[in-house]
Design a protein around this ligand. Structure first.
Ligand code: HEC
Ligand code: HEC
Length: 446
């Protein structure tokens, strides 16, 4: 009996020891693997700055240097339905906002495959219950032919949109000929950074306005006065200053409380063992850093990985189809053959549960995304093989590596405290993201 007990004890110890051996990540090895992918050779290259010190935030527009008052103003205007005054039908006036398509709790995506602002009603639990209003006909709604991008870590985005169309510098240097193609991209001639240019156009495209009377009636005038004292009063309450304030806010929305970020800063227990193993896959065998690098794990380069477009989703979508320029990514903007079907390498934080991945929302879970990269077989037959990135190749991950990598993306890269970037209320006192009666009832906001 005794002997049997000791044999059992010995066996369980052996099993435990073996598991221990294979399950625990060598922290030093992980640090070295990460550092090896950094251009500076230091793992600090992956640290997101502490947003509290505004001077440390990179890529600021010299025409719109950050100050705390601009950030506070932008933090409200982004969520403010009060400026939604120029919708197609007066019945939905002041019911939508930027955040109708960029819901903070959903990684600033809409929680459905396509975002709809003006022309839709309802919210559901997380944006999924938003539908076209019967007062609007097909193309009258405000929607675009791509899954909305996330709004955190935009300090690392110098050219906005999947195609990088907005912004006068960075990857757009040398693309001046393409800026003349429409009234939207002509804004690049103003010499602005991507976020400032994007936001000026976004306010128009999304049917929002600002002037002195509106600022006054909604209660924003003193906030503009504080944020933009250098701008003459005649120009202080405008689309431009609204866009600038929102850009300032964006640059401070940083996911620096994610477990991986805390781990990078020296808190070795911030990530679970599984997340550490997943990180190891990300930085070594998965070779994800061939494209996703730096603090936000994004990169201002355009790559084709052959995913489907929104119109190919099989679901009803608005204002897009086979000829939509957005399907061609960077090529749709530059017109260059070599850029066709290439999309910006997006950031990877707070993607947990957003439910729709890639520009065409063709994947529903992060595990499916990881499996897609593992197999490396382009799903979109219309993308010529010659365009596909040479870095998109089979990884031969084991089932466990797939699970570990998925867990790293899901929770290792998830900042659970995103509420700090959401205002308690907006100056108009209206409900946000949406302010139509159905949304209000869905959201429990009166
Ligand atoms: C109708 C839905 C909708 C509304 C409303 C909306 N957006 Fe977007 N947003 C999108 C979509 C879709 C994209 C990606 C489009 C593309 O790349 O082709 C996007 C992309 C962006 C980007 C680019 C981010 C990046 O990483 O390049 C920024 C910045 C942005 N939106 C800001 C705003 C602001 C500011 C407002 C309000 C003025 C706004 N959005 C309102 C749908 C919306
Ligand atoms: C060839 C460059 C490349 C490599 C290598 C690469 N990615 Fe990506 N990744 C992209 C591009 C480009 C997109 C956007 C594609 C699109 O939507 O058209 C993307 C999108 C994603 C998305 C979806 C983001 C969103 O907002 O929907 C995730 C998640 C992701 N990548 C994770 C990974 C992981 C994990 C690895 C390593 C296994 C990896 N990527 C390797 C280029 C790459």
């Amino acid at each position: 009996m005794n002997k049997f007990f000791y044999i059992l004890l010995g066996m369980s110890f052996l099993i435990f020891a073996c598991q221990h051996d294979t399950l625990v990540t060598d922290e030093g090895a992980l640090s070295r693997a990460i550092a090896a992918t950094a251009t500076t050779g230091s793992l600090n290259e992956y640290i997101i700055p502490d947003g509290k010190d505004l001077t440390q935030i990179p890529n600021q527009d010299p025409k719109n240097l950050l100050n705390a008052d601009k950030v506070a103003l932008g933090k409200m205007l982004f969520f403010e339905p009060g400026i939604g005054l120029v919708g197609k039908n007066p019945i939905l006036k002041q019911t939508y906002s930027c955040s109708s398509c960029h819901v903070p709790q959903m990684g600033f995506t809409p929680g459905r495959l396509q975002g709809i602002a003006d022309g839709a009603i309802g919210f559901g639990y997380s944006g999924e219950g938003r539908f076209k209003s019967t007062y609007y006909l097909g193309d009258d709604v405000d929607a675009q032919g791509a899954r909305p991008l996330t709004m955190h870590n935009l300090a690392f985005v110098t050219n906005a949109l999947w195609a990088g169309s907005f912004g006068s510098f960075g990857t757009n240097t040398g693309t001046e000929a393409a800026w003349r193609q429409d009234t939207l991209t002509e804004i690049n001639f103003l010499g602005l950074e991507g976020l400032e240019a994007n936001n000026m156009r976004a306010l128009q495209v999304h049917r929002q306005i600002m002037d002195r009377a509106i600022a006054d009636s909604l209660g924003y005038k003193p906030l503009f006065d504080k944020a933009f004292p250098d701008i003459p009063e005649s120009e202080r309450y405008s689309i431009k200053t609204t866009a600038f304030a929102i850009a300032a806010y964006f640059r401070t929305v940083l996911t620096n409380e994610a477990p991986f970020q805390r781990w990078l800063r020296g808190e070795s227990t911030a990530m679970t063992e599984q997340q550490k193993r997943g990180a190891m896959v990300f930085f070594t065998k998965g070779a994800c850093t061939n494209c996703h690098r730096g603090p936000a794990l994004n990169r201002m380069v355009y790559q084709a990985i052959g995913v489907n477009n929104l119109y190919q989703s099989g679901f009803q979508v608005f204002r897009t189809g086979p000829t939509d320029k957005r399907n061609f990514g960077r090529g749709g903007f530059t017109g260059r053959a070599e850029d066709m079907h290439k999309f910006k390498v997006p950031q990877l934080y707070n993607l947990k549960n957003i439910g729709f991945y890639f520009h065409g929302a063709s994947k529903r879970t992060l595990e499916e995304v990881v499996e897609y990269f593992d197999r490396a077989v382009p799903e979109n037959k219309e993308v010529p093989a010659s365009q596909i990135s040479p870095f998109f190749k089979p990884l031969n991950l084991t089932q466990r590596e797939i699970k570990d990598l998925t867990e790293f993306l899901k929770n290792g890269l998830y900042d659970p405290n995103i509420d700090r970037y959401v205002p308690k209320s907006v100056m108009s006192g209206k409900c946000f993201p949406n302010n139509d009666p159905l949304s209000k009832s869905d959201m429990g906001c009166q």
